[in-house]
Design a protein around this ligand. Structure first.
Ligand code: EPU
Length: 426
């Protein structure tokens, strides 16, 4: 398994372009199962998760080709309806094949994705929504076996909220099933993350009729067929914010381009409260060298609240702030695997249930650490870039799932990150 060896203490400078959004593109790729016409997606990031999902779509009868960052998907064979365990277990996003398969092929057999380091991660809401549309669903032998009624799915009123808020992929799944269901579907407490909005826009380009896009109430009028489309995916807000944190942590002036600042208002609000200096324009941000930031308190919430996918990176930033910060994780209460690794670099963090209390210190010191998931890895790379001496981040395959060649792009800004391949005895 590859690891990163990071030499800390380098200032950054220059410009970085943000790639297309991972979490937007994955469900949009699944939308290719809703039509036999070609779906062309522009701005697709070159990521392990994208390559992996493309492989699953091929198993499900889709032809896939790519040229640069443009990918073309065309369903040519609609016989297969099983998303097997060996493909689904590697990546939770694959569960979004369930809605399209059911809507279009009348049957879906999708392996249960299983848990992950973020916690239990149930899919009960996905199933509740699809059952409301008339699907008969059994969960046995590790598979979700769903069958549509003889005339196809039928529109319904569905409440998709949970005690942790709306569900992003659950909304995507039910939305993709509803666009081909007969009649009207109302999804109450729908997720309104920019990635869900991007999917809905792509579905509209394919001929779907959806009202209330971007709100918590989606009204869908089912249509019998969808067409192909040409869609450009939104920039990755989490990647943009990760680069901004890199600029601020290293007290550097860098320009982060090709981004959507309106997707990151809660994040900017906290940074400004902490005293960060930035020049924020609609599609780019310039970070300014700032003295030590102040501590802040924040809670992760559904959009437009502070994103859980930035909690780890923000924690890395706050380990060097003045005072005591309190982080409350309301989406995935156990998503704190990075805390103990940051402590190996000298951070002072105490965990209390769904909260982490971070006492800022003046410096971090390099050490070997282990990446546990995608965003945790990003936090460790950021911390390694400011820690004194050398930091070795193991298991960086996690970061390759969601950041395109992150080390090359940070090195182009002046960082020193070496990717080391395993030796013969590892
Ligand atoms: N939940 C349920 N039942 C369900 C579904 C979700 O109780 O049926 C709960 C979850 O346990 C959690 C909350 O609802 O407490 C929200 O989970 P959600 O369903 O929104 O998460 P997701 O759709 O599985 C996506 C992203 C995650 C991101 C979350 C929250 C993708 C591929 N994944 O997951 O991204 O953290 O939304 O915004 O889009 C990442 O990119 O690193 C990542 C983990």
């Amino acid at each position: 398994m590859d690891r990163f060896v990071i030499e800390g203490g380098r200032r950054l400078s220059g410009t970085v372009d943000v790639r297309g959004s991972k979490n937007a593109v994955l469900p949009i790729m699944a939308a290719a199962l809703l039509t036999r016409e070609p779906l062309v997606i522009e701005g697709v990031p070159d990521l392990r998760d994208v390559r992996f999902y493309a492989k699953l779509l091929q198993v499900l009868g889709c032809e896939v080709s790519s040229e640069g960052s443009t990918m073309r998907f065309q369903t040519c064979n609609e016989e297969e309806h099983t998303a097997p365990y060996d493909l689904v277990s590697k990546m939770r996003g694959t569960v979004t094949t369930l809605g399209p398969l059911l809507a279009r092929r009348g049957r879906a057999r999708v392996s249960l994705p299983g848990g992950c380091v973020l916690g239990v991660r149930p899919i009960d809401l996905h199933l509740k929504g699809l059952r409301a549309l008339g699907a008969k669903i059994k969960v046995e032998h590790g598979y979700i076996d769903a069958v549509a009624p003889p005339g196809g799915l039928v529109g319904a009123e569905i409440f998709l909220g949970s005690s942790f808020g709306p569900t992003v992929l659950g909304t995507a799944n039910v939305l993709m099933a509803a666009v081909l269901a007969r009649g009207k579907t109302v999804i109450e407490c729908a997720a309104c993350e920019p990635e869900v909005v991007d999917l809905a826009r792509c579905l509209v380009e394919m001929g779907a009729q959806i009202e209330g896009i971007g709100s918590h109430r989606l009204v869908i009028h089912g249509v019998p067929e969808l067409t192909g489309a040409h869609h450009r995916v939104i920039p990755d807000r989490i990647e943009a914010a990760t680069f901004i944190v890199a600029g601020l942590m290293t007290r550097s002036e860098i320009t982060v381009r090709n981004m959507r600042s309106d997707h990151l208002t809660a994040f900017f609000d906290k940074l400004l409260e902490a005293g960060a200096e930035m020049d924020i324009a609609p599609t780019r941000v310039i970070t300014k060298p700032t003295e030590r930031l102040n501590s802040v308190e924040f809670t992760t919430l559904a959009y437009p609240g502070f994103p859980t996918d930035l909690q780890a990176q923000m924690m890395a930033l706050l380990t060097l702030s003045k005072g005591v910060s309190v982080i409350t994780e309301r989406i995935f209460p156990d998503r704190f695997m990075h805390a103990s690794e940051l402590m190996r670099l000298g951070a002072n963090i105490r965990r209390e249930g769904p909260m982490a209390i971070v006492e800022g210190s003046e410096r971090l010191s390099g050490a070997p650490v282990m990446a546990s998931d995608l965003r945790a890895s990003a936090a460790l790379v950021l911390a390694g870039m400011v820690a004194e001496g050398e930091t070795e981040v193991q298991r960086v395959y996690h970061i390759d799932r969601g950041y395109e060649r992150i080390e090359e792009r940070l090195n182009a800004l002046g960082a020193s990150i070496r990717r080391v391949n395993p030796g013969p005895h590892e």
